[in-house]
Structures are given as C-alpha cells and as structure tokens.
Design a binder for this molecule. Sequence first.
Ligand code: A3P
Length: 843
Amino acid sequence: MMPRMGYRLFRPCSWALRQRNSYFLVLLTLLVLITALYILSSLEMSPRTFSTHSTAKTLDAKTLEPPKTHQPKRKSTKTTPRRREDRVLFVASSNPYKETLKQSVSTLLQGHRLNVVVRWAKNVAEDPESLARYAAVIFEGSDLYSRYLKYVEGRSIGIVVFPNSNPLRRVASVEFLPKTNSAFIVKTTNSTALRILKANHKINLKSEIAPLKFISSKSDFELLANGLLSSGDYVPVAMAAKSVAFLGCTSMTSWFWKTLLLDVLYHVTSGALGFSLRRRILIDIDDIFVAPYGTKIKPDDVTAMINFQDRMRKRIPGFKFNLGFSANFYEKSSVDLEIEGDREIVKEAHHFWWFGHIFSHGQAHTYKSAEKLEEQMQKNLEFSKKHNISVGGTHYSVAPHHSGVYPVYPLLYDTWKSVWQIEVTTTEEYPHLRPDYKRRGFVYRGIKVLPRQTCTLYTKTYTFATYPGGKTRFHDTVRGELFNTILNTPISIFMTHVGNYGNDRLSLRLFEEAFGFIHAHTNLQLSTVPPKQLAEEYFRLFPKEATLPLWTNPCDDPRHKEIWATPVDCSQFPDFVVVGPQKTGTTALHSFLRLHPRIKSNANHPKHFEELQFFHSSDYEKGVEYYMSFFPRKNSGDVVSVFEKSATYFDSSVTPERMLQLLPKAKIIVILSDPGRRAYSWYQHQRAHNIEAALENSFSQVLKANRSCPSKACSLRERCLVPGLYAEHLERWLNYYDPSKIYLIDGNQLVDAPIEVMNSLQKYLGVPLVDYDTLIRYDEEKGFYCEARDVTRTKCLGTGKGRKYPELDDESSKYVASYYREPNNKLRELLTKRNWPIPNWLE
Ligand code: A3P
C-alpha cells in the first residue's frame, strides 16, 4: 500500500523569509536561483507531485486521530508468524561515540509516545528473527543494516539507517540501501561522497520514488533548516520511501531532524506510528489576580491579551485564554493601575474562559475538613456570581501547587465535584514532574486528570531581561522545549502565570514566536477547545489512561512527599512480596517467615486475613495510605524486613505493573510446584469449600469442561489450570522486574526440605540468619513440617493446608501431563536462559 502523501510534519517555509532583512533576502534568492539552475542543468527534475496545503486538508478535521486510511494494512508473512508490535527498534552499535544518537533518537521517540526499544547489536545477533516483530527498525550504522537486511526486507517493516558518517566517502561507496523505495536525507559538505553516492545509486529523479534531493552543502542545509530555501521536492520523495537513510546526522538535537525523522517513521510504516497533524493547545493563566505587587497586569495588558487572542484565532481556531482565579487577591496591590487591571479583566471577563481556584490560594491537602475546603470554594463561587464571571461552562479547575491532584487527596476531588461540578483537571505531577514527556493522564473519582505542560516561564519569570539564559536561550526554547512539546503532544495544556502577561508581556511574546515558528516550518494544525472537550478527546486518543492512576511511592519523589496529606513513614512498605501462585505452599512459607524474629508481615485484612490482595482488587482504588496502614513501621523496634503474601498476585495481569510503580525495590518471591498437582489441590480446595462446580463434577470432568464455557465448571477449570502456566506469568513479571529481583522456590522442596529453603531465602533477602532447624520440625501426624513450639510440641497449619484426599486418577494425571507439556517446556527454556535452577519436578 502506498502511504498517504498528505501527512507531513515538516513544512518548507516562506514565513521565515519575511522575518529577515530584504538585502540578505535578495542575495540569497539569487544564490538559490543560481544553485537551482545549476542543478537543473545537471539533473532531470522530478515532477512536483505534492502540495503541502491541499494534502494537509485531507486529514480528518473533526478528531485528533489520524484518518483511518492511514492505518497500515500489513502483509502477513509466512516466515514471521510472531506477533507484529507497533514498536520501533533501535539497533545500537557498540560504538560509544554513538551515545548521542541513540539517546537523542530514543528520547525523541519516547516523547512522541512511540514505543521504542533499544538493543545492542550483539543481542540482536542472538535472535535476528525478532527484528520482524517491530513496525520499524532503525539501524545505527550501514554495516548493521547490511548484516540484518535479510530479516527485515520485504516484510512491511519501515527501515531507517543512520550510516556511520565518518568517513562519508566510504559510506557513500557502500550500496547500503535498496535502489527502489529508498531515499536519502543528506547533510554533508563532502562532494566526493555525494558523487559516489549518486553514481552508485543511479539516481533518477524522474521516478516517483527517488532519492531525496541532496542538500549538498552545509549552507544549503542551514538555509533549509531556517526555512530560507524553498525546499520543493526535498521531503515528499522521502515520504514515499520504505527505507530512508539519514546521512551526516549524528544527533536529533535540531528541530529539523526531529520533524523529518517523525515524518519518515510515519511514512515508512504507512501511518502506523505517530499522530495526525492536529494539535490542541490550551493556555491556562493559573492565577489571574495572584502576583507580587508591581508585577500584576494593568488595563493595557488586558487589551493586549484580547488583541493577542484575536490575532491568534486567525491561525489557531477557537483560541482563548483560560483564566484561574483566587478571589481573595482581587484588587489587592499597592499599585493603583494594577487594581485597575484586576477590574478591567473582570469587566472584560466574557472574552475569556474562567475557572475557580481555592479562594485564598491555599494548598488543598492542608485543609483537613470538608467544611473548610468547601468554604474556600464557595467564597470563590460567590465572587464569580457577583462579578458575572461564567465558570459553569468549563467544569475545570486546577489546584495550587498541584496539591491534592496527585498525590490524590480524596477530599479535594469530592469537594470539587459537589461545589464546582468539576469534571476535568490537570497536573504536572503524574507520575512525576520529570521527564515531562512521560507525564500521563488518569481518572479518579470520576474526574478526568490530564497531563499539564510547562512553557519555561514560571511564577518568577517576569521580563525578557530576566529570562534565565537570556535572549539566546529564549529563542532556543521556542525551537527546542516548546516546539518539542507541541510536536510530540496532541493535546497540550500549558501552565502560565499572570506576572508574564504584565510587564513586557513575555508570555505573549513567547507563544507568538512559538506558534509562528510552528506555522512556518510544519504542517501542524493548532486549535483550541474548552477543557471538557479536550479531556474527552484526550481519553479517546489514549483510552488506556482512562483509569485509576498507578500509585507511586510518595517517598520516591520529594515533591510528592511535600504535598502528601498526612505524615509519611517511608518504612511502611514491604521489602519483599510472596506472590504465589495459590496452592503451592504459600501459607506454609508465610508461617515460616513469620517465625523469623526480625521479619514482620502485614496486619490481617478484614476479608482475606493474611492476604491483602491489594493490587488487583477494588481495594486498589483506596490508595497508597490504605495499603501502608497494614504494615508495621520498621523504624520502631528491631524489624529489618517487612513482607506481604498474596498468592493471587502471581497470575494477575495488572499486578506486576502496579506493584513496580509502588514497590520498585521490592523482591518478588515465587513458588513453583508441579502445575498438575497444583491444579488438583485447587480443585480439592474448592470441594472443601462446598463450591458447587467442584462438588458436582469430578476433577476429570472439570478438566474436560472447556466446551461449555462460560459455565461454573468451565471457570473452575480456568482457575485450576491457568495459574500453572508458569512461563507465561513469569514473563509478565519479567517485563517489569529485573530478574535479580525475582526469587524462585521449588514447591516440592518447600514440602520436603523447608529448612534448606528457608536458609537460602534468608541469604537472598539479606536478613540476619537464624537457624530454621530450631524453628521448624517434621510432624509425622500432619505429614508436613510445622512450627516447633518446644522439644515435644509442634504447631501445624490448619486442616485446610495439607489436606488428605484421594490420589490423582490416571485419566486426569495424563490430561494435566499433556496440558502442561508445552508450557513446562517453555518454563524450562526460560529458566535455563536466565540461569535459574530447574525445580526437581520439572527435571
Ligand atoms: P494441599 O492442601 O492440597 O496438600 P497454599 O498455602 O499456597 O494454599 O498451598 C497449600 C499447599 O501447601 C498444600 O496443598 C500443601 O501441599 C502445601 N504445603 C507445603 N508445605 C506445607 C506445610 N508445611 N504444611 C501444610 N501444607 C504445606
């Protein structure tokens, strides 16, 4: 399928032309004309097939999603049965000089929410077939490309190459890209290299898919990058290619390379990777009355803001500022004109959107009662009514210092809803302030929380003269940080402060320059809609985020700790978690661990006793404080290690990710016993609990219950068999936790030789060693090891653990053996690969 030509971020510019002085311009035009004539005389020109404006209009005008036709229809290949993922693989050479390229490319792609994986060449060599799993592969070096070409060629995989540029001449002589469907983007002054390249690739600019027009000198490149050179066919040819080489590009630092690379990736994957060209922009002025006296807005500034809106609306449909207010600061200034400024903006309120803050601009988490918080919001509401400020439409608010939004303070959410009918808010703090491109949205108590962006102007930046880093840094911001944010983020809600709208109106200056630059150099289409609509669009675009936040540990982020509602004791988190699976001896392990004098576990849960089952249950919504409340403080007494055991975690799909976010340093303990035996034990457990399906069906009947799903017997079958697919579940844990954090215990060994198991486990956990020989003893009657109370007495687990029931029948035994044959082979493979010991029952 041919990719859609209309999609193109990069836009050759005529706008910047007008910004330069005309003398320079005339000279330049002459220069360009001469160059063009020279090129024309030496090469055949390709027909100009693409028009930036007309093609850009083919994009879906109503939504932010790329038009459906952009979605790739990938050919299925018989040779690559594995699942294709919409991920980009960066195959990194081991050359340390290439660190900049690797890092800058992966930062750019992550910023653009592309799922990028960086792998060293030597790791790819172990499994080159895995290349076929990616939507696009970027090779660092033409040698790597040549080596792995056969694994990606003809498989609908987008290919990007950054050939080693030194020496370019040598690179140019290598036939590293196929002659069809390929393009080069060249930045070089090396004419010999270009000559070789042209000769080797028999460039025919007439063909539809031709090498990109060479940018043959540094100055040409700079002119193009500055938008001073009409680029004609530079980019479209690259857009039609399936393989693109970037010559002479060693780092993604310039906006020019960034735009081109994103464009190229979009096109080489037929639109699978990247966003549409539409970008929503909303500029909040967080607190319109709050700034130190002498820096607040005056009546003229209000006029400038209204004029700015009118001007911007020509390029940014719907553009309007969104003003937050804390009414307690209204008309408060020692400067008369600033008091006038407050009155003026209120008089002109209808030009803007408005949202209420907390009346005294206090931090939400410091209000300990609902009444106090409510009172603050009510007062602000009364102010808006008195002054005829319409706040009803936005259903939006933000919290001073993000307090209460994240980390969440439930009282804020509830009061917002009851007083202001808030449906949308924003924060920079989820999951963390930095890196900014990893900020995400979530939904909590029915309020949609969107990520919020900064624009490099903060509460204390008031004038151009005091801008940190000066004039140069200001302009760099426009092309750098601000440009990146808008390039990479389909919906940007910027935080700005009133001080930067007074004085020399730095904010207006910054955004005018940024929007002008974007308009000049890209085909991005900016527009503004009210917050409620933005939120709807955001979660349509990123539906996976329309859920609870992944709780993070407030102690891992000083900013979060500061706005935490109650004093936090960072020791109240488990150091290790026994994750199961069920029926592998988890209760026995739990009881043995509790015999250790320096190890403590959580308090009992009202429903599931020793198991909290927090991460996958509805309790998760109750949040971090709720979870912490079950654990003892380590600081008191001589506790060295705290743990939790919930056997349901092992096969829960959501738990590993959630646990990693909250307990990134935790060690994960897994018990693996024969999965067939485990399945039978679960069945017997259900019988003992009078579960209908288990009472009415023999184990063998349950195993065969697959045809009539969903039925009680069928779901029992699932619970019997699925947790035993050990490799599958372990792989999921390994997606989140480093293998060194995962410790496997052989379930059979736990039954037969628990003293050895406990001694090794203590070493792994790094706790003071106690001799378990003195703590546990084999109990003949129970047939298991039990706590040694004294020389004669033991305390064993209850009747529900180590039950007596008939042996597994032959038919079921055969069934489970065959059911687990493949999964067990996979497990063996996985364990061998990771150098983990193979349990006895698996040998
Ligand atoms: P059975 O009751 O089917 O024999 P869990 O605690 O994870 O639910 O696992 C229960 C299983 O732990 C028991 O299954 C039993 O085989 C095993 N187990 C291992 N060590 C044990 C011990 N010391 N006492 C009792 N059961 C033990």
